[in-house]
Design a protein around this ligand. Structure first.
Ligand SMILES: *Cc1c(COP(=O)(O)O)cnc(C)c1O
Length: 487
């Protein structure tokens, strides 16, 4: 046996490789021929419990197993009927770039090589879009959960100073942060992981549009200051996960300046609204943020995963993460040149080349086209909201500022009847409708609780979704609802 893992016969490998590529492209082209999602049969699932063999399996055989047991049972976000949760649809372009990146097998933790220049170019592109200075820094990460954590760590380091990197929180006054009750739960988790505790995140109430109430923020900060606590961070949401609300970012920036706190924006999906001339004005204030977290894998349609954090003052990011270790020492020339490296800007050392699929996506489509696609998904939501208003059996449950619609099936006979038992029944009917739809395979919304009621949530993120799917969602909801409430 030769030592190398490369094939002895490249020709056979190439033939199979071309088939894989053809198959996957054909699957994307004809994605609607398969259900959005289908539950995995128990006997197939059981096959994943087989033990690891000492002996090789033919690649063609492994690929066949993928075709049968994995491909048909993925979550379904490539399908235009996928409307549950905040998932992008991906593109063939992103998939091809992912293949090229794997071929390079670049480790983007550091050293002097072109893949890191690609990442830095995207940092510059985003800095320009968000009107950040050229001294801004940024980093690809898994997702916004990680990007938010990085922002909390930078804000913590900025508040506590350099000694905190060795001494931790010893002796410091309690730090407190602020976000709205509609902020993503990962912000509280980030506070937990940062050692500050999730209780130190004050959840400020929201207005009727689900935006953080600035008056309530002032009161909360005053109370904390009076109690000797130190406000160090304000987190604004640009697109809340439940309904897509955008906080008044300019007002938050003003409060942050007045109180000398870090101002971070969780723009997981909404920040890329900057590419749409319609949405960009509603993000005003984001250009004053100290940091922004966003995901290219949501509205940006880059295949998973492609989270990103952008930091106004690059020095703050480096001050938080850079370490000195012999094996990471830098040199004026050669492979160890080109400092700072990405591993100076976040917790990861070894890192894949996430920037490439993002670079291909941004270049291939161009910023304007991506902005139009974002507008398209908002129009779909507008259409659905309008359709629900005209449909007596359905009820809109929240405003629709962007691309997310929350609604309920309320049935025919129950309008105005709001006894507790009836409410519980309706909650169950709506939860059942969502499960029915997901198992039906045509459209897949998700469930969300709004004002204590179970609602159906349609989030339009997939560029493949069209008006036809909106109508299908309405029809399928009515059909399932009627069947459930009048069995
Ligand atoms: C999706 C989302 C997150 C979490 O991002 P991940 O990429 O899933 O880690 C955080 N905040 C908001 C508003 C989101 O939509």
């Amino acid at each position: 046996m030769p030592n190398t893992l490369d094939p002895s016969d490249w020709t056979t490998l190439k033939t199979l490789a071309h088939r894989m590529l053809e198959d996957m492209l054909a699957d994307l082209e004809h994605r609607t021929d398969r259900p959005v999602w289908q539950p995995m049969p128990a006997d197939l699932r059981a096959r994943f419990h087989a033990t690891l063999s000492d002996y090789p399996t033919d690649l063609a055989e492994v690929y066949e197993e993928f075709r049968q047991t994995i491909l048909p049972y993925a979550v379904g976000n490539t399908h235009p009927g996928f409307m549950g949760w905040v998932h992008g649809g991906g593109t063939a372009v992103g998939m091809l770039a992912e293949m090229l990146a794997s071929g390079l097998n670049a480790n983007c933790g550091g050293r002097d090589h072109a893949p890191i220049d690609v990442e830095r170019q995207i940092v510059r592109w985003l800095a320009k879009r968000f009107a950040f200075p050229t001294t801004a820094s940024g980093l690809f990460v898994t997702g916004t959960s990680m990007a938010n954590l990085i922002a909390v760590l930078i804000a913590r380091r900025a508040a506590l100073g350099p000694d905190s990197r060795r001494q931790g929180l010893t002796g410091s006054a309690p730090l407190v942060a602020y976000a709205s009750t509609a902020a993503h739960a990962c912000v509280a988790r980030a506070m937990d992981y940062a050692g500050l505790g999730s209780d130190a995140l004050r959840l400020i109430p929201t207005d009727a549009e689900d935006r953080l109430r600035i008056d309530a923020l002032h009161r909360a900060i005053d109370l904390d200051r009076a109690a000797g606590r130190v406000p160090f961070l304000i987190v604004g949401s640009a697109g809340t996960v439940a309904i897509g609300a955008i906080d008044d970012l300019a007002a938050l920036a003003t409060v942050a300046i007045a109180h000398r706190t870090w101002f971070h924006v969780d723009g997981a999906f909404g920040a890329l609204g900057i590419l749409s001339p319609q949405i960009a004005p509603r993000l005003v204030g984001i250009e004053q943020a100290d940091s922004i977290a966003l995901d290219f894998h949501k509205w940006g349609q880059v295949p998973y995963d492609a989270g990103f954090v952008l930091v106004r003052n690059g020095t703050c990011q480096e001050d938080t993460f850079a370490t000195t270790a012999d094996y990471l020492s830098r040199a004026p020339r050669g492979l160890a040149a080109g400092s700072p490296w990405p591993n100076d800007l976040g917790p990861d050392l070894s890192r894949g080349f996430r920037a490439l699929k993002t670079w291909f996506t941004l270049k291939t489509y161009g910023a304007a086209r991506l902005g139009e696609m974002i507008d398209h998904t908002c129009r779909l939501a507008g259409d659905l909201a309008e359709r629900i208003r005209l449909e007596p059996e359905l009820e809109l449950m929240a405003p629709t500022p962007l691309n997310i619609v929350c609604f309920r099936y309320r049935g025919r006979g129950h309008i105005g009847d709001a006894t507790r038992a009836c409410e519980a029944h309706h909650d169950q009917v709506n939860a059942d409708i969502v499960m029915d739809l997901q198992e039906g395979g045509l459209v897949a919304p998700s469930v969300i609780r709004i004002h204590g009621r179970t609602c159906i949530r349609a989030a339009f993120f997939n560029h493949r979704t069209d008006h036809h799917h909106v109508e299908q969602l309405v029809q399928e909801t009515l059909r399932a609802g009627r069947r459930r409430s009048h069995p």
